[in-house]
Design a protein around this ligand. Structure first.
Ligand code: GLC
Length: 531
């Protein structure tokens, strides 16, 4: 199981209200005790923080707000001593606008070789309109016009924020430099690399229009033949990196973030000579519905079998509404990256379902990714004051989409008032924590056997101990019930119906997400040892 550390919000070691590497290092025993196999840590690189660190100004260093390279070395050493691996986040589709390459490109002017590492193009309509109809994931056009010494000139491409100009991966210099970056981190002993925005890294030559209708959203899971997403040439990059990774000792892992159209397109990222695994966003985006979830599970396993890659299962991340909140809504599927305007949730129902979903997720064959705080049952913080919002989505959407800050609120560790042990007392965290989180701290839950933290700890321990087998075998307990065996050691039953499901004859209960009983209550799950 890989645990996503959203570094800014995990633990603040230096008292500036922002999480950092020493803070994370001090909490490693918690993660080892939880039963984490590996950490994926979000970017710690020097960054102006226009997109929370996904705007990287130097890929081979650490931002002083997050620590130093020596802190990273110490983190990796301590993690390894605890049997925990470390995966770093590689942002290679774009750089920060403050990256020396982009500054040089701006300074050099139209037509200069310095511009060939990015996409600079003349505008249409005599220069005043963007070069094509491509859109940004954070809203609005994917092009921004440069103002040079003589006035407005070319436009540059950014599929994310304007502070994140896209790199042109046909430039040999770009590819060579990222080879050096991959080696830099693998040489430091990290165990893997998470590839940010993987499907963005190749564009159709000539940059033709995508045909996006006016006001289109960045619905990449629906796009077919899009010229700026999931373009076939992108796979050359991953083959190149895989060759580098394979030359290292140990099992170095590449995992991609790839929101693409269906499991067959996704499977292309994990062909034997490409990345090892990829996040499964179809699972994350699925509503709380037995049919929909089963379709995703079957579709995922069927698509990955031919390429021999393990599945991954993920319910939440730093980009999506926390699933306690999502599952408490009528429309429980995930929205696109912070564009979530769904009505308020029934959080008690959401938590019941989230606990059941944890047992489902951890029983499925393959790897699971947990997002920090889901083991505490944290909900999305939906009432952050507008002036606290930092996600570029808020500005880019003209204040219509609040963005992703609500899932990024710093973790509550201990105590009964903010900063809840996230930072030294008296320090204000970079996003305000709700006072109601006093009952959700790791400390409070550690002592309570019925807590969500205790459920995750027990499930992760059993998951390691039980001799589960591939593949999964479905049982038929009714249309709204997901039930399957993983060999003779583990049976998982999840009740998504509105009625209790009798458990008699199904086996001995090992662990349940709800109150133990003769029957499985709606929105709960159970692990059994089949009789
Ligand atoms: C990925 C990250 C997200 C970031 C984007 C641009 O989707 O997960 O947080 O905003 O890439 O780098």
């Amino acid at each position: 199981m890989v645990y996503e550390v959203y570094l800014r919000s995990f633990a603040d070691g230096n008292g500036d209200g922002l999480g950092d590497v020493p803070g994370l290092r001090s909490r490693l025993p918690y993660l080892a005790d939880l039963g984490v196999d590996a950490l994926w840590v979000t970017p710690w690189y020097p960054s102006p923080m226009a997109d929370g660190g996904y705007d990287v100004a130097d890929h081979r260093d650490v931002d002083p707000r997050f620590g130093t390279l020596a802190d990273v070395d110490a983190l990796v050493a301590d993690a390894h001593a605890l049997g925990v691996r470390v995966v770093v986040d590689l942002v290679a589709n774009h750089t920060s606008a403050e990256h020396p390459w982009f500054r040089a490109a701006l300074a050099a002017g139209p037509g200069a070789p310095e511009r060939s590492r990015y996409f600079f193009r003349d505008g249409r309509a005599g220069g005043s309109a963007p070069p094509n109809d491509w859109i940004s994931a954070f809203g609005g056009p994917a092009w921004t016009r440069v103002t040079g010494p003589g006035g407005p000139e070319q436009w540059y491409l950014h599929l994310f924020a304007p502070e994140q100009p896209d790199l042109d991966w046909t430039s040999p210099e770009v590819a060579d430099d990222f080879d050096a970056t991959v080696r830099f981190w693998l040489d430091r002993g990290v165990d893997g690399i998470r590839v940010d925005a993987a499907p963005a890294m190749a564009k159709v030559p000539g940059l033709p229009d995508a045909g996006h209708p006016p006001g289109a959203s960045f619905a990449s899971s629906e796009w077919v033949g899009n010229p700026h997403w999931d373009v076939d040439e992108v796979h050359e990059v991953f083959r190149r990196w895989r060759r580098i990774g394979d030359a290292y000792d140990g099992d170095r892992l590449f995992v991609s973030e790839a929101v693409v159209n269906g499991p067959e397109r996704l499977a292309r990222y994990v062909r034997p000579d490409e990345l090892h695994t990829t996040f499964n966003f179809d699972y994350l985006k699925a509503p709380w519905d037995a049919g929909a979830l089963r379709t995703v599970v079957d579709g995922t396993l069927a698509a990955l079998a031919p390429v021999g890659a393990p599945a991954t299962w993920v319910l939440s991340s730093h980009d999506e509404t926390r699933h306690v909140t999502r599952f408490g809504r009528e429309r429980s599927g995930a929205a696109v990256m912070g564009f979530d305007d769904a009505p308020p949730a029934d959080l008690a129902r959401g938590l019941r379902r989230a606990r059941a979903a944890a047992l489902l997720t951890l029983a499925l064959p393959g790897g699971a990714y947990l997002y920090q705080g889901e083991e505490l049952g944290l909900p999305e913080v939906e009432d952050l004051p507008a002036e606290a919002l930092q996600d570029p989505t808020w500005e880019r959407s003209g204040h219509t989409a609040r963005g992703r800050d609500g899932c990024r609120v710093p973790l509550p560790w201990s105590g009964d008032a903010p900063p809840f042990g996230f930072a030294p007392d008296g320090v204000t965290p970079w996003l305000p924590q709700p006072a109601s989180w006093a009952s959700l701290t790791a400390e409070a839950q550690r002592a309570d056997p019925a807590s969500t933290l205790s459920l995750y700890r027990a499930a992760l321990r059993l998951r390691r101990e039980l001799p589960v087998e591939e593949p999964l075998t479905w049982l038929d307990l009714g249309a709204d019930v997901l039930a399957f065996d993983r060999g003779p050691a583990l049976r998982c039953v999840v009740n998504l119906s509105a009625r209790p499901v009798p458990l008699a004859g199904l086996g001995r209960v090992l662990l349940g997400s709800g109150t133990p009983g003769e029957a499985l209550a709606p929105d709960t799950a159970v692990w059994l040892a089949p009789a």
